[in-house]
Design a protein around this ligand. Structure first.
Ligand code: PLP
Length: 355
């Protein structure tokens, strides 16, 4: 079965085999070697300086990392502006609400790009806003939000940016040199090709130094402090760490994030062109989309459950549209151990069921 959903991904044999390594106690030096390698490789992926940045690991899915980032990095006296244009932006608002973090929302339709002029006006109208939270790749629609434009309006106003990069880290460009970027949250089992269970925040050390402590388990500053001391507060998902480290080694061997970007871009274009030739248009133009996942219009007269089941019987798991989009769209991700020949077979499977 090939997974074309946005994580967990189809594993490479190399990463799958890494799960079968020796049993490991998380209080032994072998585990801390593994933790150190994961943390170092996460920073190396984007060429980050460990004296300025920390990769903080935690056990959980991508949402754990996003929650940890938001709960820690908006100071008690701070205020957050959340940019919503899909499910994941809305999730950040729910997190801020639950932690009683002062916040306001720049709400957009799910199909819309963030309106940078409106966001700038919102920041000008409320000078108490200290942080902006944005989704990099909004997986709801496949849109790649323009982080550079958002960072510019933040930088001009001395506001810091918190990014949900769960479905972009490892495959899309992220400008870590921009001082306004305080942190990016992500997970092992999307563009990095690991297994679910390990998530992380890449965070500036100066932001960690002034972090708030609103949560016990997901306390980002405490996790960072202990990991810097080759320690861990809780039992980590040891096997997921094995897979994360092997996946990061594999990614480095393949040429790093830009090579992965190029690989995804070619696969995404193969899917787009193939479905367009079969009368199924992509929802967004390629220049607005990530290379990681794209949304397509369902063919006339074909329901999502029918399409899903027919493709699944041929060995492919596709993904539904979220919420109100489920009747109109389906989504195809090209993360994981997926190759051009797999996409060719996928397209042939469409032929068989739309005839
Ligand atoms: C997948 C995803 C998440 C987190 O989902 P989990 O199920 O918690 O791993 C968060 N943000 C975005 C943009 C995602 O694509």
């Amino acid at each position: 079965m090939l997974l074309l959903n946005p994580g967990p991904v189809t594993l490479s044999t190399r990463v799958r085999n890494s799960l079968l390594q020796t049993d490991l106690c998380h209080r032994e030096s072998e585990f801390f070697d593994l933790q150190d390698e994961a943390r170092a490789r996460l920073l190396q992926l984007y060429g980050l300086d460990p004296s300025q940045w920390a990769a903080v690991l935690m056990t959980g899915s991508g949402t754990a990392a996003v929650e940890s980032m938001v709960a820690a990095l908006v100071p008690d006296a701070g205020k957050l502006l959340v940019i919503e244009n899909g499910v994941y932006g809305e999730r950040i608002t729910q997190i801020a609400t639950q932690y009683r973090i002062a916040h306001t929302v720049a709400k957009h339709e799910w199909m819309q790009a963030p309106d940078v002029a409106r966001i700038a006006a919102a920041l000008d109208a409320d000078r108490s806003i200290t942080h902006v939270a944005a989704i990099h790749h909004e997986t709801t629609t496949g849109r790649l939000n323009d982080l550079r434009a958002l960072a510019t309006v933040c930088r001009e106003r001395g506001v810091r940016l918190l990014v949900d990069g769960v479905s972009s880290f490892g495959a899309e460009a992220i400008d870590f040199a921009d001082m306004t970027l305080a942190a990016v949250a992500a997970t092992a089992n999307k563009c990095l090709h690991g297994v679910p269970g390990a998530a992380f925040v890449i965070v500036r050390r100066d932001a960690l130094a002034v972090a708030a402590s609103r949560t016990y388990y997901l306390d980002l500053a405490r996790l960072a402090r202990l990991q810097d001391q080759r320690n861990t507060p809780f039992t980590p998902s040891v096997h997921a760490y094995y897979a994360l480290v092997e996946a990061l080694r594999e990614l480095a061997d393949e040429g790093g994030w830009s090579a992965r970007h190029a690989r995804y871009a070619a696969l995404a274009e193969q899917v787009r062109a193939g479905l367009a030739a079969r009368g199924m248009a992509s929802v967004l133009a390629p220049h607005e989309s990530s290379v990681v996942l794209r949304a397509y219009r369902l063919p006339a007269g074909v329901s999502y459950p029918h399409l899903h089941d027919a493709l699944k019987s041929r060995g492919f798991v596709i993904y539904a549209g979220q919420g109100g989009l489920s009747a109109e769209l389906f989504r195809i991700s090209t993360m994981g151990d997926i190759h051009a020949a797999d996409i060719e077979r996928l397209l042939q499977s469409f032929d068989a069921l739309t005839k």
